[in-house]
Design a protein around this ligand. Structure first.
Ligand code: SP5
Ligand code: ZN
Length: 388
């Protein structure tokens, strides 16, 4: 059985971005989630609407996992910056804010960041750039609510997998905003809180030490199959052998400055970071060959827990991607991951990342679920009316 977790509070974040020189409504929109929900059988017991059972975010554990994942000043910034701009009449309540100037290393004499930068700037324009690395990460009135709801889905998923290990070993969390681009202190690429990182902290709490290594941490593999490199997630676990990060993504595509094969991890974490970039325009065949390499590496690692950063921007028509993957290919992709040897029984948390062709998201998730589950217990509606 596979469970799908949804929270309508994730729809409250609705913002803007600067894309190709244009200031536009962000492609990462609430309609993405609406389309996914529409494709699922919401009357099934496997579909769980979290805001119905879990009304507040008071959960001290959720707060703890957030605090373990991000700098406190950054979280406070995300929570309060829109309010600060409104109170200084820089923006109206319904409008979004965007950064305008970033303290990038190369702008400083000698290329080293001045010590004063360890303290966040007071000026609210400056601070907005201090806590971001690009302009695709606007903040509106309700961004914080949606961000916390999104992370809460990941935490809840881990909780379910730890308590219902017998009946279910997969949870798909319909996270929004996504998470894999942001690191401990910077938003970027539509991401504010890294849901995969939050999930790792939850796993360490709920699962405790693994059976094979009783005094140590559980081993977590993160397979990132969003079209873009998950620079934020890589950054978090670069020195950590208890998390194996494996990513298949477009070479020389956004976020441009990371995701290369020579980024293999450092110190204790050396060998536990595997980037498998593919050139723009790559075919399904090329993709599946990288996927086999990814699966082999994960099988060898033999994780206690699997997280998939699942993006549907690998789809051929995606405006932010360049791969040639078609709807039916998601059946194959999911099937190969799920049916590889050790992963077959590994508790798995599927976290939604990108995917921007709203019209095809429904059939793509349905195809993925079909491949993951085989023919039984499929929560996706029959694909009789794609996109409706
Ligand atoms: C979670 C996620 O998928 N974030 C992606 C954010 C990407 N934002 C900037 C994209 C710039 C793309 N430039 C055009 C490339 C077309 N091949
Ligand atoms: Zn993406």
């Amino acid at each position: 059985m596979l469970w799908v977790l949804y929270d309508s509070r994730t729809l409250l974040h609705e913002t803007v971005e600067l894309l190709g020189g244009k200031h536009i409504p962000a492609l990462e929109s609430p309609d993405r989630i609406r389309a996914l929900v529409k494709a699922l059988d919401t009357s099934s017991d496997a579909f769980i609407e979290l805001d119905a059972v879990d009304k507040s975010f008071e959960d001290p554990l959720l707060q703890r996992f957030l605090a373990e994942s991000h700098e406190s000043g950054y979280l406070e910034h995300l929570r309060t910056i829109h309010r600060a701009w409104v109170s200084e009449a820089l923006v109206s309540q319904k409008d979004s804010i965007l950064p305008e100037c970033f303290p990038v290393q190369r702008m400083f004499t000698g290329n080293s960041l001045p010590a004063r930068l360890s303290v966040p700037p007071k000026d609210i324009f400056a601070r907005t750039g201090y806590y971001a690395f690009d302009m695709s990460t606007g903040i509106c009135e309700n961004t914080w609510t949606a961000v916390v709801a999104s992370a809460n889905l990941a935490v809840h998923g881990v909780r379910m997998l730890s308590s219902k290990r017998e009946s279910s070993n997969t949870v798909m969390a319909l996270c929004r905003p996504p998470g894999h681009h942001c690191n401990a202190k910077m938003a970027g690429g539509y991401c504010y809180v890294n849901n995969a990182v939050v999930a790792v902290h939850a796993i360490r709490h709920f699962f405790g030490p693994s059976r094979s290594l009783p005094s140590e941490k559980p081993k977590v593999a993160i397979l990132d199959i969003d079209f873009h490199h998950g620079n934020g997630t890589q950054d978090y676990f670069y020195y950590d052998p208890w998390v194996l990060y494996v990513s298949i993504h477009g070479l020389h595509e956004y976020p441009y400055y990371s995701g290369f094969e020579n980024e293999i991890g450092e110190d204790q974490g050396k060998g536990f970071n595997l980037n498998l970039p593919l050139p723009a325009g790559s075919s399904t065949k090329q993709y599946l060959s990288k996927l086999d390499t990814a699966i082999q590496r994960m099988d060898h690692y033999a994780p206690d827990f699997l997280i998939i950063s699942l993006g549907f921007d690998t789809y051929n028509a995606d405006p932010l991607g360049s791969f040639k993957i078609e709807t039916e290919d998601y059946v194959t992709i999911a099937h190969r991951i799920k049916n590889s040897r050790p992963l077959l029984k590994t508790p798995s948390l599927l976290l939604l990342e990108g995917g921007y062709v709203v019209e095809n998201l429904g059939e793509n998730i349905a195809a993925f679920l079909r491949g993951w589950e085989g023919t039984v217990d499929v929560i996706a509606k029959a694909a009789d009316s794609p996109g409706h």
